[in-house]
Design a protein around this ligand. Structure first.
Ligand code: G
Ligand code: G
Ligand code: MN
Ligand code: NA
Length: 254
């Protein structure tokens, strides 16, 4: 209860802030987007990471208010970057199952997009494979509505859940994010390399982009490039950072 109250107050007091982790196009080597990662500087608990509090906010319903704050802040940032000459730059926001199931999620997002003036193309929403697969029929309808608004959609932590490939073709998603557990050993394990290759081949046949997460060294980067991966994200290239730290490198090569 103490943590829950602190979270509630934290939202009112403006204790939340965002970090952005760059995403790079492997063909051009340019920074084309960034994943938005929530941080909480709590007066009582110090610096808190999502793993410390996200599941609690889901149980209490607080995720709805916090999630809306994240979306509004990220959209505002994307609009600012667009005005600064980077209209193609994309911000990718994590959306939890609880948020997606929220009755008025689509209407709320519409409102946020309208209020912030962001081009919906520069907003990407990430859903995990398990969230998408749970109640798949209803999810498809919501994703169709989001797609019609012009936002981009991606499947996070891909490979860790149980998506049937048959289902995947029915989801209106733009991008698959290969889970970092497969990336970790892509240059050492033939099995993991084969899995990554299979995911890329399948994605290409469905006209989906593939982004590999958790790239931590040049060997992994090299292998992913050889396998035809489109985009990468990871500590080797850049850690999550405040928006202003990233500003000078938008659209630049690494
Ligand atoms: O940044 P970090 O590694 O601590 O993120 C850990 C997890 O928290 C990741 O799985 C990420 O998807 C999730 N996460 C980060 N920011 C947000 C957010 O704004 N909303 C939701 N729902 N999850 C987030
Ligand atoms: O589940 P999701 O993909 O949303 O998680 C994003 C989390 O992954 C963030 O908390 C981020 O800090 C973390 N992350 C980003 N790059 C790397 C990396 O290269 N290695 C590891 N271990 N974690 C990473
Ligand atoms: Mn993510
Ligand atoms: Na992920």
């Amino acid at each position: 209860v103490a943590l829950e109250n602190a979270l509630r107050q934290g939202l009112e007091r403006g204790e939340f802030f965002l970090h952005y982790q760059p995403q790079w196009d492997l063909r051009t080597n340019k920074m084309v987007g960034a994943e938005v990662l929530l941080r909480w500087q709590s007066a009582d608990f110090g610096l808190m990471l999502p793993s410390d509090f996200i599941s609690l906010t889901e149980d209490s319903g607080l995720i709805l208010g916090i999630g809306e704050w994240v979306l509004r802040s990220a959209c505002l940032q994307a609009r600012l970057w667009a005005e600064q000459g980077h209209p193609e730059f994309r911000v990718a926001v994590n959306v939890s199952g609880k948020q997606l199931k929220q009755q008025d999620f689509v209407a709320m997002l519409n409102q946020v997009i309208w209020e912030t003036g962001v081009d919906p193309k520069s907003l990407e929403l990430e859903f995990t494979e398990s969230v998408i697969m749970e109640n798949a029929d209803r999810t498809i309808e919501t994703l169709e509505a989001l797609k019609n608004m012009g936002v981009q959609l991606s499947i996070d932590d891909f490979g860790t859940g149980y998506s049937s490939l048959n289902y995947l073709k029915h989801f209106p998603v733009d991008r698959i994010k290969i889970d970092r557990s497969f990336v970790a050993d892509v240059s050492r394990s033939n099995d993991d390399a084969a899995i990554v290759e299979a995911i890329i081949t399948m994605a290409q046949s469905l006209s989906l982009k593939v982004l590999a997460e958790g790239v931590e060294n040049s060997d992994q980067l090299h292998h992913l490039s050889e396998l035809g991966c489109d985009e990468v994200q990871g500590f080797y290239l850049a850690k999550p950072m405040p928006a202003d730290a990233l500003e000078g490198s938008l659209g630049r090569e690494h």
